[in-house]
Design a binder for this molecule. Structure first.
Ligand SMILES: [Zn+2]
Length: 348
């Protein structure tokens, strides 16, 4: 099962700050880049573990290396415990529960239904097309965050689902919104062990693999876990967005920045599938490359008095063409993101 493209309207309506808070967001990324470049040098590819030593280009002061063996795009530094802890957990147990307003709840529901339900539905449809009965299976969502995907699975009728998350604040939000305990916390250094003992036929990693310190060890643990047959991944890709960001370094870098220190490519995913004995069951290619192009040019135009008048004209001209342009990239597998349902071959 293959699918291409996705409407850009929900993304544009949910991310106005990408346009309105460019300077603040960019400064945060510059700060994170400063932290990241103090990390030890990365000497081996995050996807295939082969040696990497030739810098291809630099962006926001960070060197990037394309793996000569698998085509993965690697940032030049490691993501150490310190770096990951700063990004993903609350320092000093600062997790907090707060009161959520009706507006918070409404925003949560909107984000779930517009962004995550389509991902959940694609998973259910792909499993059904592959001969499974999706409602009869157990699901585990690793890196569940605030529970959006868990909530989306439930809303498409997949009830046997648990989420696992390292942030206590996000877990608290997830369970508060669900009205029951669907997500549980685990220690950052327990992630691989958790994958080895999880009891679910389908494990989802939605925007997770690229954030893990040990993505290869996690996949090996899932492969060794006989309860697990399917892995549903969503990963950011080495795509045109990377080049747009490299060309517009005074515009917020949505894709390859902050916690994204490396990006998969179709070839590094192929390598990963071969190494861990997985087959592609379904894939959905879609991206925000053209939205990035639209936004980068728009912001640059507004940054100068001489060109500010062109910004509105640019928006009116290009907006209606965005989805069609992106789908042309998606069909060539040049998307900034892909969802794949993978199945372990052999025993599982
Ligand atoms: Zn590699």
């Amino acid at each position: 099962m293959k699918r291409y493209g996705k409407p850009s309207a929900p993304l544009l309506s949910l991310k106005p700050h990408f346009f309105n808070e460019n300077e603040e967001l960019l400064q945060r990324q510059r700060d994170l880049a400063g932290l990241y470049t103090k990390e030890p040098r990365r000497l081996r590819c995050k996807a295939c573990d082969g040696p990497i030593d030739t810098v291809s280009f630099s962006k926001l002061g960070i060197d990037y290396l394309v793996c000569p063996r698998c085509g993965h795009l690697n940032g030049a530094h490691e993501d150490s415990d310190t770096f990951c802890a700063a990004l993903y957990t609350e320092a000093g147990g600062a997790a907090y529960a707060r009161d959520y307003s009706a507006a918070d709840r409404e925003a949560y529901r909107t984000r779930t239904s517009e962004i995550y339900v389509p991902k959940a539905r694609f998973l259910a449809d792909s499993l059904a097309a592959h001969g499974e009965s999706p409602k009869a299976l157990a699901y585990a969502d690793i890196g569940a965050g605030s529970g959006y995907f868990v909530s989306a699975l439930r809303s498409v009728g997949l009830d046997n689902v648990r989420g696992y998350e390292v942030s206590e604040t996000q877990t608290a939000l997830a369970n508060e919104m669900a009205g029951e305990t669907l997500v549980e916390t685990h220690a950052l250094d327990d992630t691989v062990a958790l994958a080895g003992r999880i009891e679910a036929k389908v494990v989802s990693l939605i925007g997770v693999l690229e954030h893990l310190q040990q993505p290869r060890e996690l996949l090996a643990a899932l492969k060794a876990n006989s309860a697990v047959s399917y892995v549903y991944i969503s990963v950011p890709l080495f795509s045109p967005s990377v080049f747009i960001e490299a060309a517009f370094q005074d515009v917020m870098q949505r894709h390859l920045s902050g916690a994204h220190t490396h990006l998969y490519s179709e070839s590094s995913l192929d390598w990963t599938c071969r190494e861990f004995g997985m087959n592609r069951v379904a894939e959905w290619w879609f991206g925000a490359d053209i939205v990035d192009l639209y936004r980068n040019i728009l912001i640059r135009l507004t940054q100068s008095e001489k060109t500010a008048g062109a910004a509105k004209l640019w928006a009116e001209m290009i907006r209606p063409a965005v989805d069609g342009m992106q789908e042309a990239l998606d069909r060539r597998h040049l998307s900034s993101e892909v969802h794949m349902l993978l199945q372990f071959d052999g025993g599982n």
